[in-house]
Design a protein around this ligand. Structure first.
Ligand SMILES: NC(=O)c1ccc[n+]([C@@H]2O[C@H](COP(=O)([O-])OP(=O)(O)OC[C@H]3O[C@@H](n4cnc5c(N)ncnc54)[C@H](OP(=O)(O)O)[C@@H]3O)[C@@H](O)[C@H]2O)c1
Length: 278
């Protein structure tokens, strides 16, 4: 791909998800033609026969594995899909990965080995975990966020910045080919501080209760989450939330030449949209 984006088609996996939606918007705004790919379009990570129809004739793809990028399934699927994409002429692949997640490296490695013109975007914890996804409904209704975040500090990233960075990478010719770009928000916050920001933005009394990862996992089993999935999550939280990610990454400034969006701005906008209203 060159800097000229006219007639460039990008397949966006997870196009109805938190990052995919923003990648699609940003790519479209940058002049790319977006081909959304989630199950509504017949694309299923679990069904190899569904991959070629969405990939054929495209120039690039954004890969966001639907569950966690650190699962063994992810590495296998990313590797197979990347090979298939390259064999179909879809050479430019951008993979969403995770900062500090050692178990995400096999998926990144599988992408590298495919022969693709690859870029990995390693993201911090999403700000939108507080506004979209499995944690939100309980938090909204009870006013209490129960999570194993402890005292860890994290530079939460607004997923709109991930969308902008992916579009920026895709429209920058070969500048980011063969690179991992780490992206975070501009400020470290504990989970308690993040919830306090949301409380301020909503005017509601909201609290954060830290629990050990293991106790959190036992709760999930009570909600019917399969034990092997729970074990994966417990280990993921125990490792990722041990303070290792308490640093900023400058990928947003590097690719976009501007500061990342701040958590306060995210909280204010999501509150104004009624996200945490009872
Ligand atoms: N949460 C974080 O803080 C964080 C941080 C760094 C990296 N990540 C990584 O982000 C990735 C998830 O991305 P996201 O949060 O943007 O997604 P998401 O909001 O969890 O949405 C999942 C997307 O995948 C689609 N999907 C679900 N099952 C599918 C299947 N079997 N085949 C094809 N598509 C399927 C869904 O659409 P349909 O249901 O319509 O098919 C949806 O568009 C994970 O790999 C995770 O490791 C997350």
């Amino acid at each position: 791909m060159t800097g000229n984006t006219r007639n460039t088609t990008v397949v966006v996996t997870g196009a109805t998800g938190r990052t995919g939606r923003r990648v699609a918007q940003a790519a479209q705004a940058a002049g790319l033609t977006v081909r959304p790919a989630s199950r509504a379009q017949g694309f299923d990570w679990a069904e190899r026969s569904t991959w070629a129809p969405v990939l054929r004739g495209a120039d690039a793809a954004y890969l966001a594995y639907h569950s966690d990028i650190g699962t063994p399934d992810a590495a296998r699927a990313i590797g197979l899909l990347a090979h298939e994409a390259v064999s179909l002429g879809v050479r430019r692949l951008v993979l969403l990965s995770s900062r500090g997640e050692e178990r995400a490296r096999p998926a990144e490695e599988a992408l590298r080995e495919s022969g693709a013109e690859w870029t990995v975007v390693r993201a911090a914890w999403f700000a939108q975990n507080f506004s979209e996804g499995p944690l939100v409904e309980g938090f909204r209704l009870s006013g209490e966020l129960v999570f194993p975040g402890g005292e860890a500090r994290e530079p939460f990233i607004d997923v709109r910045d991930i969308g902008d960075v992916v579009a920026g990478v895709l429209t920058a010719g070969d500048r980011y080919v063969g690179q991992a770009v780490a992206v975070s928000g501009p400020r470290l916050l504990t989970w308690a501080e993040a919830v306090a920001e949301i409380a301020k933005a909503t005017g509601r009394e909201l609290t954060y209760t830290a629990v050990p990862a293991r106790a959190y996992g036992e709760n999930l089993i009570g909600f019917g989450v399969p034990p092997e999935e729970v074990e994966f999550l417990v280990e993921l939280f125990e490792s990722l939330l041990d303070g290792r990610n308490a640093y900023l990454s400058d990928g947003v400034r590097q690719v976009l030449g501007r500061e990342p969006r701040d958590f306060t701005e995210f909280a204010r906008e999501a509150a104004a949209a009624g996200t945490w209203k009872v």
